[in-house]
Design a protein around this ligand. Structure first.
Ligand code: ADP
Length: 590
């Protein structure tokens, strides 16, 4: 984890070195200041008036020069240091986002989007505050402490020794408190992430919340998460408070030691009064940086808590990956073959963690001829959607093989595989942009003419043209300004533009009313022509149009044939058909 953290400094080497040099110079100047004062009080002021004036002029010019350099250094450390931190933060954010994009569906099934947002937004800020402040503080404070100690020891080893002892005792105490602080900050991160998750969930589901008039329930759930975060914050501030208090007691003990033990040494003639005054000056140079260092551990702990959460994501190997040297899929005809495929959602990480494994796809065999339209039917939960999700490798199978034109889907690049497959689902996701952008999502860079052509084929062009802003109409978040049927047709236009060789229609029309279904159905048929198509259908009309029907039950294909063949066989499909579709047909006829 540490190595990964350090690697983010790599591209900032130049800035980091310049920042370090400025921090060193600034610390050196601060350290020189009391020496100059000591020379003034102890040496220069004992000379005659003319010598003092000469000395003062020289000293004054020197001081102005030093302060100009010091100011420039402070500006550089503050501005450029923060800029360096911001750049590191930006790179970390990109890396985290890239990593999220590499994960398969299994990761998103298991992780909450509010938590993921929290890692990208909240945690990184803490990391980067630490990334640029910590090194500069360690340098500035380290030098000040070592320099001050060296000078203090030359003035009075006894008093310097006593002060060091006091410091060691208190620092040891604070290190102990620090360990506690780490767990408090980790808890804090987890709790803010819960707030984000709850917020995300409630806001995304606000339409459902309102339709059930469940605002009060949501508010209560949100309050629970919010109160937990508050409790965690309270615990955090208590720990921080006692930490600061310990640090304040240490400073007080330093001054008390100087006054009492220093006074004793002066009385004993082991130290002069000027030396004791110099000590009082230097001690702030000593205690100030110690306090800063001690306080910086708080920042350090926050940064560690944040980085740990980021590292957890970066260190997770995506479970679906391109093989080294994977080649692009070449679709020649579009033949699909599932051979003895087994799959369960609990395989891999979840199974290792001891989860019980329920096979969802159980030794499935299914071959689909080029250009054929095959309908998957069967009881809900039988594994139809899962069968479809395995083809574009949204999940990897446990055993067996899935091939497209003889190429195993695990041997080709995910990009080429998914470019060859078009997917229309019941739940359409539109991005909050214009209709044009949403259709063009199917093929970024498509021309307006191509977009319109796709919209025509999807039976949505006339509707779009009738809108005052036409293709520039903004659809709202998740396409909230469109009806279900319109959204579905935009999704179909997208796939027309993508022009894939293989098509998966996962209950694409099951949520639509009869009228919308008709318009969508027509465009779907146009889309499916000449493409190998798998349809998961709940509607009789869709199934009847398929070349073949496969009944999927408990993760296997139990029957296969045309509608008439399967009815004549009187097996599972016939039973299922009577149960499921005769009622539907009665409704359709009505
Ligand atoms: P169908 O499409 O035939 O209704 P599915 O393929 O959706 O069936 O589901 C098959 C089984 O897998 C069901 O028992 C379902 O609960 C389970 N399942 C589906 N998706 C997931 C998932 N993302 N994580 C865990 N289990 C799942």
């Amino acid at each position: 984890m540490f190595k990964r953290f350090i690697s983010y400094y790599g591209p900032e080497k130049g800035l980091f070195i310049a920042d370090t040099v400025c921090a060193l110079t600034y610390a050196g100047i601060d350290l020189a200041f009391p020496i100059i004062l000591r020379a003034l009080t102890g040496g220069l002021f004992t000379e005659g008036a003319a010598a003092i004036m000469d000395g003062l002029l020289f000293l004054g010019l020197g001081l102005v020069g030093l302060y100009i350099v010091r100011t420039a250094c402070i500006y550089f450390v503050s501005a450029q240091g923060h800029i360096m931190g911001a750049r590191m933060e930006s790179r970390m954010r990109e890396d985290l986002f890239d990593q999220y994009e590499r994960f398969s569906f299994a990761y998103f099934d298991a992780h909450n989007s509010g938590d993921m947002m929290s890692r990208v937004v909240n945690d990184l800020f803490d990391i980067c505050e630490g990334a640029h402040h910590l090194p500069e503080w360690i340098i500035i404070c380290g030098i000040k402490i070592i320099g001050a100690l060296a000078i203090l020891f030359t003035i009075s080893p006894e008093l310097a020794g006593a002060l060091t002892l006091v410091t060691v005792v208190f620092v040891a105490l604070m290190v102990r408190q620090n360990l506690h602080m780490r767990s408090v900050f980790a808890d804090n991160r987890a709790k803010i992430s819960e707030v984000n998750s709850q917020l995300q969930d409630s806001l995304a589901g606000m339409r459902v919340v309102k339709s059930f008039a469940n605002e009060e329930t949501e508010r209560a759930k949100f309050r629970v998460a919010n109160d937990r975060y508050l409790d965690s914050k309270v615990a955090q501030y208590k720990v921080m408070g006692s930490y600061q208090a310990t640090s304040a007691v240490m400073t007080a003990m330093h001054y008390i030691t100087i006054v009492l033990f220093g006074g004793y040494l002066v009385a004993q003639g082991q130290m002069t009064a000027v030396d004791m005054a110099t000590f009082a000056l230097y001690i702030s140079l000593f205690t100030g940086p110690i306090e800063t260092l001690v306080n910086s551990t708080e920042m350090f702990q926050k940064a560690i808590a944040g980085f740990r959460r980021m590292d957890e994501v970066l260190a997770t190997a995506p479970d679906v990956q391109d093989k080294p040297g994977a080649r692009a899929l070449e679709v020649t005809e579009g033949a699909i073959e599932y051979r003895d495929v087994c799959f369960s959602y609990e395989q891999g990480e979840a199974a290792e963690a001891g989860a019980e494994v329920h096979p969802v796809i159980d030794h499935m065999n299914l071959s689909i001829k080029p250009g054929e339209t095959i309908a998957l039917v069967g009881p809900s939960g039988g594994g139809k959607s899962t069968t479809c999700a395995l083809l574009p490798r949204f999940y990897d199978i446990a055993s067996g093989s899935i091939t497209i034109d003889g190429q195993d889907v695990r041997d080709v690049t995910q990009h080429s595989l998914r470019s060859a497959i078009g997917l229309v689902q019941q739940d359409v996701y539109l991005f909050d942009g214009t209709l044009r952008d949403n259709i063009a999502y199917g093929r970024p860079g498509a021309t307006n003419a191509e977009i319109e052509d796709a919209a025509r084929k999807a039976n949505i062009h006339d509707f779009i043209a009738s809108l005052p802003e036409g293709y520039d109409t903004v659809v709202g978040e998740r396409g909230s300004r469109l009806s279900g049927g319109q959204k579905q047709r935009v999704a179909i236009a997208r796939v027309f533009l993508k022009d894939p060789a293989i098509l998966i229609l996962d209950e694409a029309t099951s949520a639509l009313d009869n009228e919308s279904e008709e318009a969508v159905q027509e465009s779907l048929e146009r889309l499916a022509a000449d493409r190998t198509t798998i349809i998961i259908a709940h509607r009789l009309s869709t199934i009847k149009n398929a070349d073949e029907i496969a009944t999927v039950e408990r993760g296997r294909v139990v029957e296969r044939g045309t509608h008439e063949e399967l009815l004549a066989r009187g097996g599972t499909y016939a039973r299922y058909y009577r149960m499921q579709f005769e009622g539907a047909r009665a409704r359709d006829v009505r």
